[in-house]
Design a protein. Structure first.
Length: 338
């Protein structure tokens, strides 16, 4: 009899460590949702993702296998709740920097549909649902873990008009106190989360709003000309789009034929002959410079508004000796510095 008691005591130590009884429990942890660099002028939505990991465990009661809560209450129903986070904008989710805000949303799936907004927390409408899951204990002392993706989107419209500063402006939202799980242990699958325990978790949503510019240029066509006995003029449009408040300069290269802003030339590829021409910001004005040559330093300066700003490029072919007939071309590179 003494030997059998000693063997059972040894079995208790191996299986359970002879620990005192504890209640079953669940916990959650989340990764940050990081958008990285976002441009206010991209004209497209930005996407990011993170994860929330939930762990539930069952502890033994009474020190025997048949007395464990894993047998009595084998199912844990968990609701993962996300509130608004902080700061907010008009009762909606937003990241903040100083007094500025950047709207975004969190979703349960990658459809990014209004019906899949992740909710369940404080401030969220009832239409925004939490993620609900059920864990089932397989063995005494079992631990069940599952990871759930969090999908995030910044709509393009939310970026319009933002004014970055320096190399970038860090916008942040905190979910400290806004992320939680509510859970129940039950004999039933899907017994619901209300009336049970709760646990909190936290994470951040971040985006770095950068200074950005885009530039596009159209062809400048002088058309067909005969004898170059007088000046020929033409114009084209150059467009710049820079984030609001961003200062910029637009320079035009000297071209691929003349290479210098003060000596731009078009070339006939068949004969090698050239025609001199000039580009300027005003009609017959100073040569539009390349931003490098001190003798041709006249460049266009501007401040971005977040929308397209158009400017005119004026071209002039002055009176000169007329070369052989043919197609004369040059390629000029427009560069925007910001």
């Amino acid at each position: 009899m003494i030997r059998r008691i000693l063997m059972l005591a040894g079995l208790c130590w191996l299986l359970f460590g002879c620990q005192p009884a504890r209640a079953d429990d669940c916990s959650a942890a989340a990764t940050d949702v990081v958008f990285g660099a976002v441009s206010p002028i991209a004209g497209s939505d930005y996407y990011a993702s993170g994860t929330i990991t939930v762990t539930c465990y069952w502890n033994f009661s009474g020190g025997t296998l048949l007395g464990t809560s894993a047998v009595l209450l084998p199912n844990a129903t968990v609701c993962i709740n996300l509130g608004l986070g902080s700061p907010t904008s008009g009762g909606a989710r937003a990241m903040g920097y100083g007094g500025a805000v950047l709207s975004y949303e969190l979703y349960r799936d990658s459809t990014y549909a209004a019906g899949s907004v992740w909710g369940g927390g404080a401030g969220m409408p009832t239409s925004a649902k939490p993620v609900t899951t059920t864990f089932t204990a397989l063995l005494a002392l079992s631990v069940q873990t599952a990871t759930f993706p969090v999908y995030a989107r910044i709509p393009a419209a939310a970026l319009t008009g933002l004014k970055p500063s320096g190399a970038g402006t860090p916008y942040t939202a905190s979910f400290a106190g806004s992320g939680s799980i509510s859970y129940n242990f039950s004999t039933l699958v899907g017994a619901g989360c209300s009336g049970g325990k709760t646990a909190s978790f936290s994470f951040q949503v971040t985006a770095n709003v950068i200074n950005d510019c885009q530039i596009t240029a159209g062809s400048l066509v002088f058309g067909s000309k005969g004898i170059l006995s007088g000046a020929a003029r033409a114009s084209s449009t150059l467009s710049a789009k820079c984030s609001a408040g961003t200062t910029y300069q637009v320079a035009l290269s000297g071209g691929t034929v003349g290479s210098l802003a003060l000596g731009r030339k078009m070339k006939n590829a068949a004969t090698g002959e050239t025609i001199a021409y000039s580009l300027s910001r005003t009609l017959d004005g100073p040569v539009w410079g390349d931003g490098v040559s001190a003798s041709a330093s006249d460049v266009l300066s501007g401040i971005g508004t977040g929308v397209v700003q158009s400017m005119t490029v004026y071209g002039l072919v002055p009176k000169q000796n007329t070369p052989s007939p043919g197609d004369y071309q040059d390629r000029v590179t427009a560069t925007i510095v910001f």
